[in-house]
Design a protein around this ligand. Structure first.
Ligand code: GLP
Length: 257
């Protein structure tokens, strides 16, 4: 696992966007795995900026999102479908036919999940998967106890996740209790993983998944099993790391000639 520590949220977002940009430039028809939550918003802003400056063309890019709440229609302003359009897709030239977000209203969830997995395979697999991390260590909605071999399926959300995500809803009672999520096994098949985290609130869980044992209790720790996993943290999220000498990317303070 490559751990890169950036000064703050903006620098973390820029770094993550640069990594995604390099994949798109190398392979214009690449498959991007995308994430929701507050953390990737800055990364998406940077990608939109690259596009508006004419530096990034998404016309051939295919996208797959990690997860979606069950019971929220696409038009609900807290659905991940809505979030992705609001924060990224509406501002770039991605072909709507190439966009995939799990369908939270699917009548037959099991059949839908199998179809989603097949679509990822048909597209050639995910080239780079962007990930955030929940305060309980989850990636996508793979809550503590999720099998590290799990595939796309329905998951019950943990109390902690419901509490954390209540900030986006009018009340905690409105937060859906179930979601469709790619499994840890699905995520591990991506050619490259890119996890981003910022802020003091993520410091403990970042130390646990990077320096602790691999465990289904903290599904982000499965990144230790991946041959090409990059973790970009800001200094606050990295503040509880203590075991190794990590690479500190001094973005604004490059050595002067
Ligand atoms: C949700 C999403 C995760 C995301 C997590 C963290 O639970 N399903 O994919 O990583 O929130 O969100 P935030 O970035 O807002 O801390």
């Amino acid at each position: 696992m490559e751990v890169i520590i950036m000064k703050d949220y903006n620098a973390m977002s820029k770094k993550a966007a640069e990594i995604i940009k390099s994949v798109v430039l190398r392979k214009p028809n690449c498959v991007l795995g995308l994430a929701t939550g507050g953390t990737p918003v800055g990364t998406y802003k940077e990608l939109i900026k690259f596009h508006k400056e004419g530096k990034l063309d998404f016309s051939k890019v295919i996208t797959f999102n990690l997860d979606e709440y069950i019971s929220l229609p696409k038009t609900h302003d807290q659905s991940y479908f809505y979030f992705m359009h609001d924060n990224l897709f509406n501002h770039i030239n991605v072909n709507p036919e190439n966009v995939h977000v799990p369908d939270g209203m699917a009548e037959d969830v099991e059949t839908f999940c199998k179809w989603y997995e097949d679509e990822i395979k048909k597209a050639g697999g995910v080239d780079v998967q962007l990930l955030g991390i929940g305060s309980d260590g989850h990636i996508a909605f793979n809550e503590p106890g999720s099998s590290l071999a799990s595939r796309t399926r329905m998951k019950t959300l943990d109390e902690q996740t419901i509490k954390d995500n209540a900030r986006f809803f009018k009340s905690e009672a409105e937060v859906p209790r179930y979601a469709i999520t790619m499994g840890v096994g699905t995520i591990l098949e991506s050619k490259e993983l890119l996890l981003i985290a910022n802020g003091k609130k993520k410091a403990d869980v970042c130390a646990e998944f990077i320096e602790g044992p691999i465990t289904s209790q903290i599904t982000a720790s499965a990144l230790q099993l991946h041959p090409k996993a990059i973790v970009v943290l800001d200094e606050e999220a990295a503040s509880k790391l203590k075991k190794y000498n990590y690479y500190k990317w001094v973005y604004e303070n490059k050595p002067k000639k």
